[in-house]
Design a protein around this ligand. Sequence first.
Ligand code: ADP
Length: 421
Amino acid sequence: MLLGCIADDFTGATDLANNLVRGGMRTVQTIGVPRQPLAGDVDAVVVALKSRTNPAAEAVAQSLAALDWLKHRGCRQFYFKYCSTFDSTPAGNIGPVTEALMQALHCDFTIACPAFPENKRTVFKGYLFAGDVLLNESGMQNHPLTPMTDANLVRVLQAQTSLKVGLVDYEHVGQGRERIRERFSQLKAAGVRIAIVDAISNDDLMRLGRAVEDMALVTGGSGVAIGLPQNFANAGLLKATDTASVLPRPAGLRAIVSGSCSTATNGQVASFIRAGGAARALDPLKLAAGDEPEAERALQWARPVLAKGPVLIYTTAEPHRVKAVQERLGVKDAGAIIERALAKVARGLVDAGVGQLIIAGGETSGAVVQALGIEALRIGPQIDPGVPWTATVGSRQILLALKSGNFGAPDFFNKAFAQLG
Ligand code: ADP
């Protein structure tokens, strides 16, 4: 096993695994730290945690447990994956987890780079852009759990860690491996331990990948991972394979469960409904009053409709409606109540014969995958950048697409099913 990865949410883990598979690495995503040995040959493992919004001490403990498991598998390099929109307030976990992993690996310098240009996440002069605008103007300032109100990543990360944070800016990244490494040395000499790195294109990420070949710990979004397989291949450690993304044939009925309130998901839900898709919203306030009847009614509605085509059950809502619910229920309770209900809905759908399931939302995916008792996923072909189809490993075979909130084209749901034939 060459690369050991720890991801702070489940959609992000799939996104990372997708990039490694496309780089020719045989990759398995596990749901939490595996309890059993992994079968078959793998070059990379992505341990998916649901730690993004946990208290920092919990996120650190979970991440260290994952690291321990990966270290015992002999991984040569380690990767801490977080969101390409950073999704981390000043109380967030990226700083504390990075610090703890560095300490455990005796690593005195690492990078932090959420750039994922294929999905229009770019970093320039330390500022994170989503599409054409700064992160804090992109809709992420309204995220239900992790509102991002500052796009300057040096500042955001520095607020979370006692280690000194610096910047490798575009001037160095654009000039290739040696200039980037020179900059690493300069920063290290100045006491910096974590460097935000600019990247606006895949070429930048490939150059960065070469520069971090001997770094024990790399941290970032999924984008930085596109530059890592080349290092293992150059060292003769990676055998070329074209079977990295083959999945079993699809079977069973089709459904979508959406708890993401991100801008892209709001558009995808609207687009699915406009195209005539069968959809039903769950009311968070009714769920809070005792979620049994509301979730059960949605399942009763879905069972006869499923035979005719994909059904969508969702709590996805515009920011003002999310805010109103949060004011009534509290941010954490609203999230937890809704996640629990959607997980129950997903379980009910699978029991009703769904075998092809899309989940929209990182936290939502975590709740659903845990409720379904899934232990590991094999990564299949990409639907849109950052989102592949996957297949569960184990007894109950389901094809799953875990879609991070802001990923995917407007017609993502129908497009994903069309890809399965
Ligand atoms: P994303 O990938 O878009 O960030 P997540 O699933 O990670 O989506 O986060 C969305 C959070 O918002 C979840 O905790 C979910 O339970 C919560 N949520 C979903 N719908 C609503 C709603 N209508 N009102 C308030 N919170 C909601």
